[in-house]
Design a protein around this ligand. Structure first.
Ligand SMILES: *Cc1c(COP(=O)(O)O)cnc(C)c1O
Length: 408
């Protein structure tokens, strides 16, 4: 199937289907005990989250607590430097806690509250999802258990401290390589024991159904706001919409508002140090169909068919797969996926900081780098970039590895 055979007017009604499939991607591949728990979340999602009471309360929280709507900024100096292409950024760095992740964490935690759960559980790798979820838990007065590999706990001390200050319990996972994969397994194991009192909150638009859909819907506020703001600001739609893709939540939230528009949509994957397996995390670009962590998508596999080790300078992007809707939109040709490596992303990090006074997250810098690439190639055009987060969390790393690049 190709995208010109799909009616995007009715797309969100038909995708995913009832079993959570976008074409052949998605689904829920789970042991029996977790199937029951996931069915409960699915039923709750389609009733509670669609109720006007829930929608109204989430809207109020977005306004009064998160600081939404976040603005769009026209990057005038950056645009002028490269010529005739106008670059705009959607400022998710100004969303409370400094990134888009709180958009779905507040939704998931509000659902937990409506379901009468006392606790929310999740895993975290670099700690960003853990911090956003701990923020939501504190707001709603929920207990919060964050599973984290022992190696990651050592590496991510500031985020571990943040989670603890926010009142979350950080559970150290000491199995295997003691990183994200083991943390996912431990969190799922805990969830299958405790699901009566808690819900699992996934950190991106992936995992078993209904999470890819639920996280997309909670993140769609980004695209809905941005489309309206861009129209208001310029009187037109953008020619290009760009976002970085890790698991795929900020991007699908941004993209979903533009699927039915005559707009080029580009997802930017991290090429890390290069194209060799293990040196990047560009799963949609270099991966194959496969099942992991409860869903079918496109993933990077090692020789044994297991999730491959991945790398990117942006820790929020180094996951060996992306959400099933991305795999589907890539297959049908509606969205183009391309890659940006570490060095190009770091250059963009400094460009946006110097020329616009905005220090972006290294993840978001991948999308900014792609906009700069477009600006160098195109003549007259506009690019709307999802600036998924701020770079404060990355400063120590950048200074240590790249310096401050001051002009002498
Ligand atoms: C986690 C993170 C990402 C990547 O996650 P997605 O689910 O792909 O959006 C991107 N940017 C920032 C700032 C993040 O913290």
């Amino acid at each position: 199937m190709k995208f010109n055979e799909i009616d995007f007017d009715t797309y969100h009604r038909n995708y995913p289907n009832e079993a959570g499939y976008f074409g052949k991607y998605g689904g829920a591949y789970l042991p029996d005990d977790l199937k029951k728990a996931m069915k409960e979340i699915t039923d709750a999602y389609y009733t509670i989250c669609k109720s006007s009471k829930f929608v109204g309360e989430l809207r109020r929280i977005r306004r009064e607590f998160q600081g939404r709507p976040t603005p769009i900024s026209h990057c005038e100096r950056l645009s002028n430097k490269y010529g005739n292409v106008q670059i705009y950024v959607k400022r998710e760095d100004l969303n409370h806690s400094g990134a888009h992740k709180l958009n779905h964490c507040m939704g998931e935690a509000l659902l937990a509250k409506y379901m009468g759960k006392k606790k929310i559980i999740a895993e975290t790798g670099a700690g960003q999802h853990g911090v956003a979820l701990a923020t939501a838990a504190a707001y709603f007065g929920l207990e919060c258990d964050i599973y984290m590999g022992a190696v990651d706990i050592k590496k991510q001390a500031p985020n571990v401290a943040r989670m603890k200050i926010l009142g979350a319990r950080v559970v150290e996972v000491t199995e295997g390589l003691q990183t994200l994969k083991e943390a996912v397994d431990a969190a799922f194991a805990a969830y299958s024991k405790e699901y009566k009192d808690c819900i699992y909150c996934i950190g991106s638009a992936l995992g078993p159904h209904p999470f890819p859909t639920m996280v997309r819907d909670f993140q769609s506020v980004v695209g809905i706001e941005a489309r309206e703001q861009f129209l208001q600001m310029t009187g037109e739609l953008p020619d290009n919409v760009v976002a970085c893709v890790g698991g795929g939540s900020n991007s699908i939230g941004m993209f979903s508002a533009f699927l039915n528009d005559p707009v080029n949509i580009i997802g930017v994957e991290p090429l890390g140090r290069g194209t060799k397996l293990g040196d990047h995390a560009a799963s949609l670009t270099y991966g194959n169909e496969g099942i992991m962590h409860g869903f079918n998508s496109i993933m990077l596999k090692d020789a044994n068919g297991e999730p491959a080790p991945v790398y990117s300078v942006a820790s929020g992007l180094d996951y060996p797969s992306s959400g099933p809707e991305h795999a589907f939109l890539k297959d049908i040709g509606r969205i183009k996926y391309d890659t940006v490596g570490d060095d190009e992303a770091i250059d963009a990090f400094f460009e946006l900081s110097r020329l616009e006074g905005i220090i972006p997250a290294i993840e978001s810098s991948h999308a900014v780098a792609y906009a700069i690439r477009l600006a160098k190639q195109m003549n007259k055009s506009s690019v709307l970039v999802c600036l998924s987060g701020r770079g404060d969390k990355d400063l120590d790393y950048v200074i240590e590895h790249y310096g401050t690049r001051e002009k002498k």
